[in-house]
Design a protein around this ligand. Structure first.
Ligand SMILES: [Zn+2]
Ligand SMILES: [Zn+2]
Length: 262
């Protein structure tokens, strides 16, 4: 059976409390063999503990922990210790993130976003974890800080839900990073993004849902879920003139290489 990976989902959230086990079962039926569930929220709220528990319960789900730029104002040294403790000695937590810049919403002051991003990149380095990067409307600042902090970083990183320029994608690839595309790749108006995706090497690409958001065509308007990552893989396959199965296999191999999982 064809295998796909959802490299970035949020199924630990309340959106799935009513039917989480059905969502996971539907992913399995669709061939989505592996998921990375990214914890988000207030680091003192227990949200990250919940994300890790979900991964401990399900062999096909891994966890990432890290404070989102929206919540950067809530980050402090207590939360750093609390999250680092979740990582140490737990092989279900395979990445630090999502961290970065969000200048579209600016839920935290930019200066705070920068400090917290840098602090967490250093934490990820100390822990030897690959990093999940969120960057929205902040191409230049993101690349600048990544060049400063993660040049020649073996565990590497992924630019999740990529929406930057071709130049940014190339600079990320030069740093040894991966690029992950979400359901917005399939949107009617995303011709520019598809043009970029077409020019990037498949062996450095991942696909994701970022669910519950960004439901791909033809399911737009409904809640998203990991099974839908197949639509984004299909879109990427068309752009590269491959079969969806092949893109599923290649992106699954990329995921395993980046996150060090079987
Ligand atoms: Zn994100
Ligand atoms: Zn996310």
């Amino acid at each position: 059976m064809t295998q796909f990976v959802d490299s970035h989902c949020h199924i630990d959230g309340p959106e799935y409390d009513a039917d989480r086990s059905e969502v996971i079962a539907r992913a399995r039926e669709a061939g989505v063999a592996t998921m990375l569930n990214v914890g988000t929220g207030d680091p003192q709220s227990g949200a990250f503990e919940r994300a890790v528990e979900l991964a401990e319960k399900h062999p096909e789900i891994y966890a990432a922990v890290g404070v989102h730029p929206h919540d950067a104002k809530l980050f402090d040294e207590t939360s750093a210790r609390r999250l680092a403790a979740l990582v140490r000695g737990n092989d279900r937590v395979v990445a630090w993130g999502e961290i970065g810049f969000d200048y579209h919403y600016d839920h935290s002051p930019r200066e705070v976003q920068r400090e917290v991003f840098q602090r967490q990149l250093r934490l990820a380095r100390e822990l030897g974890l690959p990093v999940v990067i969120h960057s929205r409307a902040a191409d230049d600042d993101t690349i600048r800080i990544l060049r400063e902090e993660l040049s020649d970083y073996g565990p590497a990183a992924v630019m999740h839900c990529f929406g930057g320029s071709l130049q940014m994608a190339r600079e990320a690839l030069d740093l040894g990073f991966y690029i992950s595309f979400a359901g917005n790749l399939t949107f009617k108006k995303a011709e520019d993004l598809r043009d970029i995706a077409r020019q990037l090497p498949l062996d450095r690409l991942l696909v994701e849902t970022d669910c519950p958001y960004l439901t791909p065509v033809p399911f737009r308007g409904r809640r998203n879920e990991p099974a839908r990552v197949v639509e984004t893989a299909r879109c990427l396959a068309t752009l590269h003139r491959r079969e969806a199965e092949e893109v599923g296999r290649i992106t699954s191999e990329n995921f395993a290489r980046l996150f060090g999982v079987p």
